[in-house]
Design a protein around this ligand. Sequence first.
Ligand code: ATP
Ligand code: MG
Ligand code: MG
Ligand code: MG
Length: 565
Amino acid sequence: MRQSRLFAQTYREAPAEADAVSHRLLLRAGFIRQLAAGVYAYLPLGRRVLRRLEGIVREEMDRAGAQELLMPAMQPAELWQASGRYSAYGPELMRLSDRHGREFALGPTHEEVVTSLAREEIHSYRKLPATVYQIQTKFRDERRPRFGLMRGREFVMKDAYSFDADPAGLDQSYAAMYAAYEHIFSRGGLNVRAVEADAGTIGGEGGTHEFVALSDIGEDTIVSCSHCGYAANLEKAEAGRAAEAGKTKNGSKPTPERIYTPNVRTIEELAMFLNELSSALLKTMIYEADGAIVAVLVRGDREVNETKLRARLRAAELTVAGADAVARVTGAPTGFAGPVGLNVPIYVDREIADGEGWIAGANERDYHVRGAKSGRDFSVEETGDFRNAAEGEGCPRCEEGTYRFHRGIEVGHVFKLGTKYSEPLNATYLDKEGRNRPLTMGCYGIGVSRMLAAAVEQHHDEAGIVWPAAIAPFRVHIVPVSMQDDAQRELAKSLYERFPAAGIDALLDDRDERAGVKFKDSDLIGIPIRIVVGKRAAAGEVELKLRDRPDSMALTVEEAFKLVF
Ligand code: ATP
Ligand code: MG
Ligand code: MG
Ligand code: MG
C-alpha cells in the first residue's frame, strides 16, 4: 500500500478524552476512529490488524475441530424470553422492534440462537461432539464504554459453542478450547494468564476460566500464588478463601466470612465503601466536579498497602488515576495531601450521583465530606468485609506460597454451561439407548477487537506502537528519505514491488514529507521492520531497523531481503 493514498491521517496529539495508551495510539496512528461512545470504525490499518487476529483465531479454532458458521446479530425476543434472559440481561441488551412491532435484540452473545440451531440440526448421539464458532459483531450497551476498543458497545467477538452427550464429553471439548486459546494468545504476541473465574450469572455446572492479558490499565484483578500454579480472578479467590475459612485451619470455629460485593452503584455505597477503607487507614474526601464524582483517598498516618488498595478499588470498578488527574478535575493542588500525600482519586459515573442523592450535606458542588460515618451520616446495608484477601496472605490451595495481585484485561473466557440453555430451549438428542437427553454445552469467547487494544497496551514505547510481527498491519515499512531523489525513489519502488510478489506485505511511504516526519509516523504506526532508502541508494544499499530495537544496520538490498524472509 502507498502511504500517500492511505485512507487515514496521523495526529501529533490524541483527543483529551482518550485516556488509555492503546486508545491514544490507535487514534493518533490512524487505526480507528470513534463514531459514537463505544462505537468505532476500523480504518485500513486497523482493519488489517483485526484481520490478522481473526486469521489466527480462525486457524486455531479450525485446528481444534470447530466449524465456522455465522449467526445473525438480530435475534427475536422470543428466544431470549424462552431462556429467561430477556429481562435478566438488563439494560446492556440492545433492543429494537421492526415495523410490525415485533421485538428483537442485537446479540451481545449467542447462546440462545446457537441452542435453537442445535435443536434442529442435532438429533442423535452420532452427531456428537460438535463445536461451532463465529467471528462477529456483538452489541452491548455498556454502562461505561471506555478505553477505546477495550470496552466498546459494538465490538468483534469470536464466540464458540460446544455440544456434548454428557459432562465427560464437555470436559474434553472444554480442554480443546482451552488449549486453542493458549495458542491464540501466544501466537498473537500477548502475555496472557489463564485464571479460575467465578461462574457468576451465566451459571453452569463446572469450571470457568478467564484469559487475562496482564496490564496496569486492566479492569480485572487477578491473584496468583508465588508457589503453586494457582491463579484466579479476585472474586473467585475470595470465594475460595471464604470456603477455606469455613473448613477451619487451626482448630478455631469456622467463621462465615462475608465476601465484598464489588458493586458500587449509589453514592451511599461509595461512601460506605470508602468509609470502610478509610476507617483505619485513610481519610476520604468526595468532590463533585465536571459532572463526575471524584473521591480522593488521602493517606493517613497509618501504613497503607497501595497495591492492595488499588486492587480493592479496581474490584469495585472504580477507576484509579494519578494525582494530576484529580487536580485537573477538582482544581485541588496536586500536593494537597501534604507530606504524607498519597492521593488516590477515584472517578465515579454521573449515574451514581443521580442514584440516591448525596450524603452528609455534600450536595453542593465542590463540597467535600471527610470521614463520613456509616449509621451517622448515611445508612446502608453492610456488604461485607473487604479485608479478607490481602496481598501477602497465604495461598489457600498449597498453603506454602503467598498471594500476588496483578491487573489485567479479560481477553477470553471459557465456560461450562451444562444444560442451562438446552433444557429451557428443549435442545435434546437421542442417546444409544434411544432415550431423549438434553445437550451438554460449553461456550467460549474471545474479544478480538479488545485483543487488538490489549496488544497495544503490552507493546508500545514513547514513540508509538510496536506491533508483534504476527498481527502487524504490514511486515515491512519502506521509507525513502527523499522522493525527489531519483535513485531513492526508484530503489524504494522496486523493493515495494518485490516484497508483495514474495508474499510479504509492505507499506511504502511515498509522501513528499520531510524525513523527520516520515520517521515519526513510522515509529507511531509501529510496523516491525523499517527499510530506509537514503543516500546510499545509488550503490544499492539501505538501512534496516527493527521497531523494537534501537540500532539500525547498513545492508545491501539482497542482504535486507534475506533478513526479512
Ligand atoms: P467484561 O468483564 O470485560 O465486561 P464479560 O465477562 O462481560 O467482559 P464475556 O461475556 O465473557 O465478557 O464475553 C467474551 C469476551 O468478549 C470477553 O472475554 C472480552 O474479551 C470480550 N468483551 C466483552 N465485552 C466487551 C466489550 N464491551 N468490548 C470489547 N470486548 C468485550
Ligand atoms: Mg461485561
Ligand atoms: Mg468479565
Ligand atoms: Mg467474561
